[in-house]
Design a protein around this ligand. Sequence first.
Ligand code: HEC
Length: 198
Amino acid sequence: MSEHKDSGHDNRSEYVADTVMEHEYDGIQEFDNKLPNWWLWLMWGSMVFALFYWLVFHTLEIRDLPKGDFETEMRLADEAMMERMKNNPVTNESLMAIVEMPAQVAEGRDMFVKFCVACHLDKGEGLVGPNLTDGVWVHGCEPMDLHKIVSDGVAAKGMPAWMNQLGPGGVQTVVAYVMTLRNTEVAGKAPEGEPCKF
Ligand code: HEC
């Protein structure tokens, strides 16, 4: 009796032969066996899943990828915090908290491009107004120093007051953006003022 026979019957039709496939690589041959169904289900299943996943997350973008989900969560948390901060006085700490909020900093950047680049240039390197990227400041480098200058301006020197136009939230946001420019050391207008550490 052959070891390939099904349980004990000497019946030719139940004889299951392992067919060796013709090819051979480095002396390795393989049988032509039927793949188990559970394996096939997994394979076809994952292909169908991949197709839907691709459509939903990438092509149609119906759902956010985990990174997008995370960013949405963070943005909502930041907005909630901004809302709470409205009722509190503005401080160095509250302004530095805004510096940590990417969406707010991006908004500050938009405002800076719209209202400030004419005199401070795109990277803050200075033209009519001082270079905001060097380590020296005319009016101090603490967030509250910037907040005061941006709110009230320096009429005699040609720095406008922005509180009326931007409102309290706008001033805080643009100040947060300017805080990100500090010490980026872009070559531009010669340093004016005193070194300042914050
Ligand atoms: C019309 C030109 C002009 C515009 C527009 C302008 N600034 Fe200025 N800014 C100046 C000048 C001039 C000074 C220098 C004031 C001084 O020397 O006292 C200055 C000073 C500053 C300072 C203080 C710098 C230091 O060394 O202490 C900050 C911060 C600043 N500007 C931010 C802004 C922001 C933010 C905006 C946009 C919302 C803006 N500026 C728009 C002209 C301008």
